[in-house]
Every structure is written in structure tokens, then in C-alpha cells.
Design a protein around this ligand. Sequence first.
Ligand code: COA
Length: 179
Amino acid sequence: MSQTPPLSFRAATPEDIPATLALVRSAYRGEYSRMGWTTEADLVADERIDEAGMLVKITHPSSTILLAHDGAGDLAGCCELVKKDDNLGYFGLFAVDPTRQAGGIGRSILAQAEAHASGVWGVRRLEMWVIWTRQELISWYVRRGYVKTERTEPFPYTDLINGMALRDDLHFAVLEKDL
Ligand SMILES: CC(C)(COP(=O)(O)OP(=O)(O)OC[C@H]1O[C@@H](n2cnc3c(N)ncnc32)[C@H](O)[C@@H]1OP(=O)(O)O)[C@@H](O)C(=O)NCCC(=O)NCCS
């Protein structure tokens, strides 16, 4: 594994939407995402999120999108945080440029998100939803201290963005960690 580049973190603003959309779409699904070590390309063929959906996440008072830029000012990764209540945060929309994965950027972003959730919001627990088939990704979260709960959440088959699911047995496993 190469050394993790120094990253600077900040909250996204509406001006960041085009670059952030491109990053998320490239990492989650589609052929380009296969350059990374984990992808949903064989599970879903859509665009993951649209401009309006991202604007809500950026502007809603209980949510933020954290961006990680490298020393050259290039967007390397992002994640979403939602304050669900005084004790619980949600982590999602987690993406690292597929050509730059497996170098520690994801680990740095997750650590930054946890620090924000506990230090800024004061929540004591963070949860995330992962498509149940993605065992390599679930193992990655378990190595970061997350526990797979018995809870599940339905897959949004009817709310996909310009595309379709490739399987009809999808749902989310809920993972959580005490911060
Ligand atoms: C999940 C994601 C954000 C992680 O980012 P990243 O920069 O690759 O993360 P890191 O470099 O910190 O960690 C890479 C890990 O992958 C592991 N890895 C590398 N190649 C692997 C492979 N072929 N199979 C399984 N694990 C592998 C490494 O061992 C390392 O884990 P470790 O630190 O516990 O040893 C990134 O892969 C991504 O954008 N994926 C597509 C979008 C997505 O799935 N988001 C999460 C939805 S819940």
C-alpha cells in the first residue's frame, strides 16, 4: 500500500456539486468503478444520486458532505454525515477516486467523519447501510470497529437515478459503531 497523501477536509458547498457528483458516480457503479477494489457495478446500473439530491444533503441543517482534497487541490474522496438524533449519526455516500483507492484515503475520511460526528455533533454512535452482498466492504468496516447488526433496510428499487437494479434480492445490512 502506498503512503496516504496529506488530505484537507471541508464541507461541500453547492459549487462543489459537479465535481462531487462525478466522483460519486465514478466510484459506485459503472465500468470506471471497476478500477477500484470494491464496487456496485454488478448490482446496480444507475447514477447513484442526482444534483437535486446532493443539494439537499449539502444544505440541510442536519447533514453535511465532507470533501477530502489532496495537496494539489484535487478531490480525492468524500462522504456524507447525517445527524439523525442527539446520539446517532449516519455515514454514507462514501467514495474515493477508483484510481486512488487502497492507499489509505478511505480510512482517513472515515476517521475524519467519526471525529466530526462525535466532536462537532456530540453523537455517540454512527451507523451505515451496506448492500448485504458486499462482504469485502463489510469486512473493511468491521476492521474499523463497526459491528454488523441484525437490522436491515429496504433497497430503494423505485428511487434509482437513471437506471435499474441488476438483482432483485438487494437490501441493506446496518452496521454501527460506538464512538
Ligand atoms: C470504500 C472506499 C471508500 C474505500 O476507500 P479506499 O481509499 O480504497 O480505502 P483504504 O485505502 O483506506 O482501504 C483499502 C482497504 O482495502 C483493502 N483491499 C484492497 N484490495 C482489496 C481487495 N481486492 N479485496 C478486499 N480488500 C481489499 C485493503 O487491505 C485496505 O483495508 P485495510 O486498511 O483494512 O488493510 C472505496 O473503495 C470506494 O470508493 N468504493 C466504491 C464506493 C463504495 O462502495 N462506497 C461505500 C458504500 S457503503
